[in-house]
Design a protein around this ligand. Structure first.
Ligand code: UT7
Length: 341
């Protein structure tokens, strides 16, 4: 059978054990459990130890996925990592994960797609596998958002959390299984809605806030701001609902399905109100929508692979389930992937 698409054969995740509740945040900034719960749906998030490397987070999620797939690190042909919080600007976090794993037969590289990055990684893996260049790929998302948020800014620090997720992907073994349709878009004219201003040194996560990049050499006079995440929340909110609905519609139409056929919608976990608005507009009841934002907050591109892993563990995704994954994020970027598990 010629390879036309890929399937996810296993999943893994890692989340720090440290829980930061809304009550804890009330001690840090002027906020309240009721504001955070009502406006975002978040009750708590996980925060990684300051010394924890993003590559180690990705490594731990990958180990779990490899174990379920029955693969050894040496069997991996490609490691594709999505992260907005790389340990350092050079080399790719994927290479650091490769070294920790001992995946010496793999090509390893990163994708910068912000919250959409993991679905982008999946699409790249699909291309590599369908072309015959790669047999076993691991798509990883590892995000240490706690390192890049300003813990004195209540408008952003209450939203994010840390986590990593991974999936092993291979050629689909049966017709009608695996990824059925995929759609990806970006709009760079909206980049300023969610970004990190270039900063000298500050900003955590390896100083990856632009300073030291090609546009803002370390000595550049233009370096300004503290390097932490800045966001125009309301504008992003509207763009998110619009773009996720568009992406969902495109993949369903392409694959010849209606929203009523979807067993589980797995949306990016950024705000429960965004998820509910999207579900309402798309016409899917909330009992067929995956939600774990209450426990993790927004973990950027890790939110979808972590959700997939938990949904499988809880029996919400079974063999044959039709799963619609939809995301959006900085860039702006957005994407949807429809798959038959
Ligand atoms: O992964 C993609 C990344 N980003 C997103 O998906 C974010 C999308 N946007 C959102 O989720 C929402 O816009 C937010 C949760 C960020 C904000 O909710 P909102 O309903 O759009 O609130 P707002 O920004 O319009 O602020 C309303 C009020 C403001 O006070 P005033 O000006 O009305 O007096 C804020 O200062 O809420 C205030 N506020 C807070 N109050 C208590 C903002 N943050 C907080 C806070 N605690 N943490």
């Amino acid at each position: 059978m010629p390879v036309t698409t890929i399937q996810l054969v296993s999943t893994g995740m890692w989340a720090p054990s440290k829980v930061l509740s809304n009550a804890d945040l009330e001690q840090l900034v002027e906020t309240s459990d009721s504001w955070i719960t009502e406006r975002t749906g978040i009750k708590e998030r996980r925060i990684a130890d300051e010394k924890m490397l993003v590559s180690e987070m990705g490594y731990l999620a990958t180990l779990m996925a490899l174990d379920e797939a029955g693969l050894e690190p040496g069997d991996v042909d490609a490691l594709i990592v999505s992260t907005a919080t790389p340990d350092r600007l050079l080399p790719a976090t994927a290479c650091d994960i490769q070294a920790q794993l001992g995946a010496h037969n793999a090509v390893a590289f990163d994708v910068w797609g912000a919250c959409s990055g993991w679905l982008y990684a999946l699409s790249i893996a699909r291309g590599l596998i369908v072309s015959g260049e790669v047999k076993n790929a691991v798509c990883i998302a590892a995000e240490k958002m706690s390192a890049i948020v300003d813990w004195t800014d209540r408008s952003t620090c209450v939203l994010f959390g840390d986590a990593a997720g991974a999936a092993v992907v291979q050629a689909a073994r049966e017709n009608g299984r695996g990824i059925l349709a995929n759609y990806m878009r970006s709009d760079g004219t909206l980049a300023e809605l969610l970004h990190r201003p270039p900063a000298g040194g500050a900003g955590g996560a390896g100083g990856a806030a632009g300073a030291g990049g090609g546009g803002f050499p370390l000595e550049a006079a233009e370096i300004s701001g503290n390097g932490y995440v800045q966001m125009a929340g309301r504008e992003i909110f509207k763009a998110a609902v619009r773009s996720m609905c568009e992406a969902a519609e495109v993949v369903l139409q392409e694959a010849g399905y209606a929203i009523g056929d979807v067993d589980l919608l797995v949306p990016h976990q950024a705000n429960i109100r965004i998820i509910e608005a999207m579900a309402k507009y798309a016409g899917i009841p909330m009992d067929r929508v995956w939600v774990n934002i209450d426990r993790y907050g927004n973990t950027s591109s890790a939110s979808i692979p972590v959700s997939l892993h938990e949904a499988r563990e809880q029996g919400r995704i079974k063999d044959g389930s039709l799963v619609l994954m939809v995301t959006f994020g900085a860039g702006l970027t957005w994407a949807a992937t429809l798959l038959r598990w």
